[in-house]
Ligand binder design. Structure first.
Ligand SMILES: *[C@@H]1O[C@H](CO)[C@@H](O)[C@H](O)[C@H]1NC(C)=O
Ligand SMILES: *[C@@H]1O[C@H](CO)[C@@H](O)[C@H](O)[C@H]1NC(C)=O
Ligand SMILES: *[C@@H]1O[C@H](CO)[C@@H](O)[C@H](O)[C@H]1NC(C)=O
Ligand SMILES: *[C@@H]1O[C@H](CO)[C@@H](O)[C@H](O)[C@H]1NC(C)=O
Ligand SMILES: [Zn+2]
Length: 530
């Protein structure tokens, strides 16, 4: 704990003299109310741009604890902190289940969010008619993503993620596959390949996407090609193709296309001169935000990638659609480590700020959401301002042992508890353990190698044209339908024909109608009251 925060906590706990006065709360609520009243005028514009920001595995406990950590890293108590995503005016809930699973996976949910239909767990950009790992059924069942529709509408498109760019969530924006793990050709079983299924990386090559930034070089390199950064790693492809070279050749036909794989090259990219940008910063997933200083060749933050992407995409007069994923929140949770999940959530929130700073809610629909939750929880009754990654400062368990505020229901932490019981007959005694470290595994109930996803609803935060259509508890696939409606994508042209919409057929005519209604209504009311 910083000295600053220790003093702050001391002050807070002291004798009521420094208690937070009611005026402070009233003032805060009054400001919130004033802001809410502004929402009485709806933004019914057509969305020129759409930005979808997705925190993989970012459920409510993750958002709340990341918010507290952000405040505490800033020397505050933390709970009162406002994340950038918290500042978006509209919030709704999404039900995340897959057609065949109560608790969802990322491929099924990303297909729902991006393609507008719920489907099975593990499949990418195909509807429920597809059977997982069955190539033929997948080929029969493609569904179209909002990214594809945006492209067809003449908009620029982009994908920015911290995972491999071929990983489940981004893949659903451009690929169709009966199996999320078919990222390279060699991952598709030979007998399935014979039916004509192609891998996800190859499908990316064939899509005209302006900006692709993330990790996952191995699925673009030949198996005999050494990774430029990690000399012990190689490519994964067994079809003798280098998809990076092919991407450059292909995209160069339509503009200035560059490929970068480290921070220095990335920084040198001039967005005003670039039409296409492919950045693959790791052989596999990119680093956790908290581990970036350990990276050999250096890699940009999510916010830096988003900044560059928006600058390139914004050059298109017809607008753009950008998918941003904070993809590794999920991975740290699976390892039973809260630290990186929270730090990566804060890093994604920085990217939210970048988007909000660089775009206008007049013409840009911004959506911040998650695909599914995790089984992490914020527990006990620690004091206000107690370190969120720390130990409960007020209570111990009935076993006399301390416990942390953040815990998991299942996962590797359960294995540690089980081992401790076998060795010592008790839970691990964490009295002298640094639970705030980046490698601390929180205790859990059920021992599992991988901590699991959570099945409760997740939030949808939104701002911009038609953001108010997110207004209650929705099925997750509804998100794609709002995007299509707001931006008039695909067959969803209703909103562009709508007279109320700016850029719609007859806004002026419509204003006359409104004025006439007011006149008639006033006259009627006058009659009524006299
Ligand atoms: C193409 O883009 C790169 C990267 O931004 C830039 O360095 C180069 O000057 C551009 N070339 C042209 C011809 O605009
Ligand atoms: C836990 O460890 C601390 C420090 O070693 C020790 O003082 C305490 O008695 C232990 N608690 C139990 C219940 O064993
Ligand atoms: C059992 O207790 C000992 C002594 O406190 C400790 O060093 C050891 O790590 C404990 N074992 C487990 C699995 O927690
Ligand atoms: C759009 O409408 C056409 C004609 O009605 C139809 O064939 C097509 O499948 C529709 N496309 C989508 C994406 O719904
Ligand atoms: Zn996961």
């Amino acid at each position: 704990m910083t000295t600053q925060r220790k003093i702050l906590l001391l002050v807070l706990s002291c004798c009521g003299i420094f208690a937070q006065p009611p005026e402070e709360w009233n003032k805060q609520a009054e400001q919130t109310l004033r802001n809410a009243l502004k929402l009485e005028t709806l933004n019914r514009n057509v969305a020129k741009n759409v930005v979808i920001i997705l925190g993989d595995g970012m459920g409510f406990p993750t958002i709340t604890s990341a918010r507290i950590l952000k405040g505490q890293l800033d020397g505050k108590t933390g709970e009162e902190t406002v994340l950038h995503m918290d500042s978006l005016p509209y919030v709704a809930l999404a039900k995340t289940y897959n057609t065949d699973q109560q608790v969802a996976d990322s491929a099924g949910t990303a297909t729902a969010i991006l393609c507008g239909v719920k489907t099975k767990a593990g499949v990418v950009g195909v509807h429920d008619g597809a059977v997982r790992k069955d190539c033929k059924s997948g080929l029969r069942s493609p569904v179209v993503s909002v990214l594809q529709l945006a492209h067809e509408a003449g908009k620029s498109t982009g994908i920015v993620t911290t995972t491999r760019v071929t990983h489940a969530t981004p893949a659903c924006a451009y690929a169709h596959s009966a199996e999320r793990e078919w990222e390279s050709n060699n991952q598709i079983p030979v007998e399935q390949r014979l039916h004509g299924c192609t891998d996800i990386a190859l499908q990316l090559l064939d899509k005209d996407i302006q900006v692709v930034l993330g990790g996952g070089r191995k699925h673009f390199l030949r198996i005999d090609e050494r990774d430029p950064e990690d000399m012990n790693s190689f490519g994964a492809r067994t079809d003798e193709r280098n998809l990076i070279d092919e991407w450059i050749a292909k995209r160069s036909q339509d503009g200035n296309a560059s490929y970068v794989w480290n921070q220095k090259q990335f920084d040198a990219v001039d967005p005003s001169k670039s039409d296409y940008l492919l950045g693959l910063f790791e052989n596999g997933h990119m680093q956790y935000h908290g581990n970036r200083d350990k990276d050999i060749a250096g890699e940009p933050t999510l916010a830096e990638m988003v900044d560059k992407a928006v600058r390139i995409l914004q050059k298109n007069d017809k607008g753009f659609l950008l998918l941003i994923e904070g993809g590794r929140i999920d991975h740290s949770h699976h390892d039973g480590i809260a630290y990186h999940a929270l730090v990566d959530t804060i890093a994604m929130d920085d990217a939210v700020k970048t988007v909000l700073d660089m775009t206008s809610s007049t013409d840009t629909l911004t959506i911040v959401t998650a695909d599914h939750s995790h089984v992490n929880a914020i527990v006990g009754y620690p004091s206000r301002g107690n370190p969120i990654l720390g130990v409960n400062d007020k209570r111990v368990g009935l076993d006399g042992l301390p416990y942390t505020t953040l815990m998991y229901v299942d996962g590797p932490g359960g294995t540690e508890v089980q081992t401790s019981f076998m060795e010592n007959g008790t839970r691990p005694n964490i009295t002298n353990v640094d639970t705030e470290s980046s490698s601390y595994v929180q205790q859990a109930v059920i021992p599992l190698k991988d901590e699991s996803h959570g099945g409760e609803d997740i939030p949808i935060y939104a701002d911009g044209p038609m953001a108010h259509l997110f207004h209650g508890t929705h099925e997750q696939h509804y998100i794609a339908h709002v995007i299509k409606y707001a931006a008039c994508l695909g067959n969803s042209t209703e909103h562009c024909d709508d007279r109320n919409a700016i850029g719609g057929a007859s806004t002026i005519y419509n204003n006359y109608i409104v004025i006439w209604h007011v006149i008639i209504l006033t006259a009627a009311l006058n009659n009524f009251t006299t």
